[in-house]
Design a protein around this ligand. Structure first.
Ligand code: IPD
Length: 272
């Protein structure tokens, strides 16, 4: 496969994200068909429809690159030199309930050592019309404007986002950290979209984001955007396919926040 130009990759990902975002915007307040419902998770027919739309757009521009997505994984995605990593609707529960805080997340991962590494990331919030983009080694941007993580280094001034994932192990880990951190930080926020929590760190709105059990498609684009905005993106694989623990921050707070927790389970699994 000839090496694709990263700006062209970014343009294709942006086009696909905006197309899926338009479908999300049009459907926010409409009744939605639920394909599957679990205690802490919902899967919508619109998740599938948006992934198909994204896949069609990406394949139109780059037919040779397979897709690894929340709603389906191409058989070629593990062995390919490069792959798209797609979450068509990150924040599905918010979206299902009509809460306008959800996003499209698309990354291009390229083989790196024994694994893959994100080289391009796009996160699009269709409700705020905010588009974050990054190409590894270049500055992260929000709607074309350069962004940077916050410079806050004091825990008592920090706004920290926590993600309560879907399974008991990660729920318990974050629950313990929630109880500890709430007394030390300015505010904790639990907003329900990992991709947006990462881009909010990249933009300096949040100072850190901690979650003990996300999937690759939730974080592949946002993690790169944090790094390109000067932040620190700690992630480490957990048991289960494409599953990770993570601490993303402005680079000044991870250890300090960890010290405020008694067990610090989310932080420890992040390989401190
Ligand atoms: C979820 C959201 C949520 C996070 C979960 C994710 P989904 O993704 O990002 O904020 O806490 O861990 O799985 O299912 O809405 O795409």
């Amino acid at each position: 496969m000839p090496k694709p130009s990263l700006p062209k990759i970014l343009a294709a990902a942006t086009d696909a994200a905006r197309a899926a975002g338009a479908v999300m915007r049009a459907n926010l307040d409409r009744p939605k068909r639920v394909n599957e419902a679990h205690q802490h998770d919902i899967k919508l027919e619109l998740d599938v429809r948006c992934q198909r739309l994204i896949t069609r757009r990406l394949a139109g521009a780059f037919p040779e690159i397979p897709v690894l997505g929340e709603e389906g994984i191409d058989a070629a995605a593990e062995g390919a030199p490069a792959r798209w990593v797609v979450d068509p609707i990150d924040g599905t529960v918010n979206f299902a309930y009509g809460i306008p805080h959800a996003a499209v997340s698309i990354a291009l991962e390229v083989r790196h050592g024994r694994g893959f590494r994100s080289e391009v990331g796009v996160v699009y919030d269709p409700f705020m019309d905010e588009l974050w983009t990054a190409i590894r080694g270049k500055p992260a941007r929000l709607n074309g404007r350069r962004i940077h993580v916050s410079t806050r280094s004091r825990v008592d001034e920090a706004v920290v986002s926590l993600g309560f994932a879907k399974h008991d192990d990660s729920l318990n880990a974050v629950k313990a950290d929630f109880t500890d951190l709430t007394h030390h930080v300015r505010k904790l926020r639990v907003m329900g979209s990992a991709a947006l929590a990462l881009t909010y760190v990249a933009t300096g709105r949040f100072d850190a984001y901690v979650e003990a059990g996300v999937r690759l498609w939730d974080i592949a684009a946002g993690g790169l955007i944090v790094e390109c905005a000067g932040g620190e993106f700690w992630s480490h694989p957990l048991a289960g396919e494409h599953r990770y623990g993570l601490v993303a921050s402005n680079g000044l707070l991870r250890r300090k926040l960890m010290k405020c927790t008694s067990g610090g389970r989310s932080f420890q699994t992040a390989g401190h």
